[in-house]
Design a protein around this ligand. Structure first.
Ligand SMILES: [Zn+2]
Length: 481
């Protein structure tokens, strides 16, 4: 399979340039060299010709952290902090692998339609149906054709262990699956579903220090080394997690993760809101990646991650939407916009602020780097995978003609992706998803859900008093709604 995109605009260091791009099989074969002003680019057409006139071609972005099955609860959970939000989320989590399939398809489609060609799904596993959950997501991603990094979310401690004790004696039950069994599960997932050449990878992905033992992290490191798997986890998303880390390790969580060997150029860490200067140095030294989820951090009141400090320290940063119940969408362009301009209020020196071109590079190459796959995709370079997105510069939200990337990042782009390819295979044509019947998906999502604006969570009322106490919040827990 080969094709040639003709007369398409691409960014250059000088501005923009109109080129032809040849794709052969799964890779970029050639891009026309600069041509004299006014003359058409001349590169032989191979395979099908695609008209790129009045379109902008960019490398596909990476939705570098999400949880697909949260789609079933989006718009539902009231504005509360992560620890209470999680209690409600898990109480009502979907239990049918068919739902995991549908929400993976929905997540893939929303990611693709907003410039993404890869998704990192920190996938919540249905208890007792763990492999079926992974199989369902795998099927969904393959059908849509997005590049998928499925990161089965694992832990080996019970939910209540995720809150700091504040010095009180608190005892927790034991988790319902042993550390060894959990690691075996990940290994089974790798053997069944890890197929990098086909665009599906399995990651080792303990949820984070708040619910995982060192033994679980170490087992994941061993699997990561043995199978060359990327590593993923949440890190210091909330102040409560920072307090917990101090209690648990007597040092910073980042220092501890470095000491046990978790941090590396294969490691991406979601959120990273509560890190200090010393932690930031460690991330830079170990070449770990921060995945910035600005909308989730705002939605849950987690804080503003010090993204400008990461960038100045040389830490790689990627963008994620986070799950659809803490965002509550998978609009990657929205995450890129908010995740870029939010930080201008954190530093008066505007020379540190993130420019639209830097945002695009973080979203594409930053994402690939965080997966240790920057040699494979993330930029428009000959030899790299053809994970490409074409934006329609005649869409109303990208008009009038100013600076295409400036408007794409700072504007409010609506339905601007006209074409996209993953691994050289077309996934969007003329603004439509190619490989899945979207109307069919919409019908199923509608039929399998119901309006429930007034549900009550028992788990939240059980957790709330302790949360308020350890976080020093005065007043009683009165429930919320
Ligand atoms: Zn998350």
């Amino acid at each position: 399979m080969s094709f040639t995109i003709q007369n398409v605009l691409i960014p250059t260091s000088e501005g923009y340039q109109t080129v032809n791009v040849q794709i052969q099989n799964d890779r970029i074969l050639a891009v026309t060299s600069p041509c004299a002003q006014g003359s058409a680019p001349n590169l032989e057409v191979i395979g099908t010709a695609i008209d790129g006139t009045h379109k902008l071609l960019l490398p596909g972005f990476v939705n570098a952290h999400t949880h697909s099955s949260e789609m079933w609860q989006r718009g539902m959970i009231p504005p509360v902090p992560l620890e209470l939000w999680l209690a409600e989320l898990y109480e009502f989590a979907p239990l049918d692998p068919e739902q995991a399939y549908l929400s993976a398809v929905g997540t893939a489609i929303e990611t693709l339609m907003t410039g993404g060609t890869s998704v990192v799904d920190h996938l919540v596993l249905i208890p007792g149906k763990e492999i079926e959950t992974i199989a369902a997501a795998n099927r969904g991603y393959r059908e849509v054709g997005i590049r998928a990094f499925i990161a089965p979310l694992i832990q080996d401690e019970v939910m209540s262990a995720g809150l700091p004790t504040g010095g009180d004696e608190v005892s927790h039950g034991s988790y319902d699956r042993s550390t060894k069994e959990t690691l075996n599960l990940v290994q089974e997932a790798v053997e069944q579903f890890h197929r990098p050449d086909e665009g599906v990878e399995i990651l080792v992905a303990p949820t984070g220090i708040q619910l995982c033992s060192d033994a679980l992290f170490e087992g994941c490191i061993e699997l990561s080394d043995r199978y060359n798997l990327s590593r993923h986890a949440h890190l210091l998303e909330t102040k409560a997690q920072k307090l917990l880390a101090d209690e648990k390790y007597g040092c910073s969580a980042v220092q501890h993760l470095k000491d046990i060997g978790w941090l590396s150029e294969k490691t991406s860490l979601a959120h990273c809101v509560w890190l200090d200067e010393h932690d930031i140095k460690i991330l830079a030294e170990t070449r770990s990646t921060v995945v910035h989820n600005p909308l989730s951090n705002l939605r849950l009141g987690s804080g503003i991650a010090p993204i400008l400090k990461y960038r100045q320290a040389g830490v790689n940063v990627a963008f994620g939407c986070d799950g659809s119940a803490s965002n509550d969408s998978q609009d990657l362009l929205e995450a890129v916009k908010i995740g870029s301009i939010l930080h201008s209020v954190t530093d008066p020196d505007y020379q540190h602020w993130i420019t639209p071109r830097q945002s695009v590079e973080m979203a594409a190459l930053g994402g690939a780097t965080g997966l240790n796959r920057a040699d494979q995709f993330g930029s428009l370079e000959v030899g790299k995978k053809a994970d490409l997105v074409m934006y329609d510069l005649k869409s109303l939200s990208l008009l009038p003609r100013t600076d295409p990337i400036g408007l794409l990042v700072l504007g409010r782009p609506v339905n601007v992706v006209s074409h996209a390819w993953v691994n050289g295979k077309q996934v969007i044509a003329d603004h439509e998803i190619c490989n899945i019947n979207v109307n069919d998906l919409k019908e199923k999502l509608f039929d399998q859900s119901e309006w429930t604006p007034k549900r009550k969570s028992i788990a939240v009322s059980e957790t709330e008093a302790r949360y308020r106490s350890v976080m020093g919040l005065s007043g009683n827990s009165i429930g919320y709604s």
